[in-house]
Design a binder for this molecule. Structure first.
Ligand code: NAG
Length: 317
């Protein structure tokens, strides 16, 4: 097979993820740190899913979407952190070629879906605040299910196209990936094929996939803010704003990290800075969403208290 490519180097079938370097003393500390991150993320998001499923007050599109976002984020961190934890604990840093490609694909699909779900959530807030009379017609369970399905399907297809190109690459330069998971650019850099077309296709797909949702979200929020500013009473303004403030924070954090990573030039900056930035979007973003919602959103907060109160009183009983 390799001969057909006109190369006689042995193809690489396994990679080494260099992770956070080789400092022995640092590994247990990093292990504990990421273990705590992982547990907080999974517990927090699971709690949100439970609340959305069992509390009738939360059976509206806004919280259906939130429940779906939490489900997604649990899976999202699970594509990266468990493997990192195992490698920090055992010191085994290898990952098979297949494993690497699968990790990259899952990670790509989930980031794209997250972006689209956040857009669906801002559309929901847009309709609720700027077009309240038509809310029931424009945003109901059926529309919501379609938006969720649409987000998943378009991400699967978009990443699938890139995946087809990727799985045909041969790697022969080196098998050391200087990162803690199989991310696109570190992996591409190791290929000995011409990756220009792949890079162009990926660039176009990801530019469309992030710019369009970003612009839609921005437009929704401009309309929302203009509408809120027009509300005459300050209590009315506060009330309208409180239903979208948690989402606005989550969106700002998401695009904030995205923009920092892709716009701020990191080519010449030390690799470690790159990894630290990656930790922000792979680990911290999924972790803070439940925190923001349970602290700032009144309905989620009340629902949480009710459930915790019930569990407490059951225990006393
Ligand atoms: C995800 O969205 C669907 C469609 O609106 C909804 O029926 C389902 O309950 C949501 N899932 C969660 C965990 O909230």
């Amino acid at each position: 097979m390799e001969e057909a490519n006109g190369r006689n180097q042995t193809p690489i079938i396994q990679f080494i993820l260099l992770g956070f370097g080789n400092v022995r003393e640092l590994q247990p500390l990093l292990f504990l740190l990421f273990l705590v991150f992982y547990i907080v993320t999974v517990v927090g998001n699971t709690l949100i899913i439970i609340l959305v499923v069992i509390d009738h007050h939360l059976h509206i599109p806004m919280y259906y979407l939130l429940g779906n976002l939490s489900t997604l984020e649990t899976c999202y961190t699970s594509t990266i952190l468990p493997r990192l934890l195992v490698s920090l604990a055992t010191g085994d840093r290898t990952i098979s070629f297949k494993g690497c490609i699968v990790q990259l694909y899952c990670f790509g699909v989930m980031s794209a879906t997250e972006c689209l779900l956040l857009t669906a959530m801002s559309y929901d807030r847009y309709v609720a605040i700027c077009n309240p009379l038509r809310y029931a017609a424009l945003m109901n369970g059926r529309v919501c299910a379609k938006l969720v399905a649409g987000s998943w399907i378009s991400s699967l297809v978009g990443c699938g196209i890139v995946h087809v190109f990727l799985s045909h690459l041969t790697f022969c330069e080196s098998n050391e990936i200087d990162h803690y998971f199989c991310d696109f650019s570190p992996l591409i850099n190791l290929s000995c094929d011409n990756t220009q077309i792949l890079q162009l296709v990926t660039f176009i797909i990801s530019a469309i996939g992030t710019l369009v949702p970003c612009l839609l979200t921005l437009t929704s929020y401009i309309c929302i803010i203009v509408t809120i500013l027009r509300i005459p009473s300050s209590t009315g303004r506060k009330k309208a704003f409180s239903t979208c403030s948690s989402h606005l924070i989550v969106v700002t954090v998401f695009y904030g990290t995205l923009i920092t990573i892709y716009v701020v030039p990191t080519a010449n900056s030390p690799k470690v800075l790159n990894k630290v930035f990656s930790v922000f979007y792979t680990v911290l973003t999924p972790m803070i969403n439940p925190v923001i919602y349970s602290l700032r959103n009144k309905e989620v907060n009340e629902s949480l208290r009710k459930i915790l109160g019930k569990t407490m009183s059951l225990e006393e009983w």
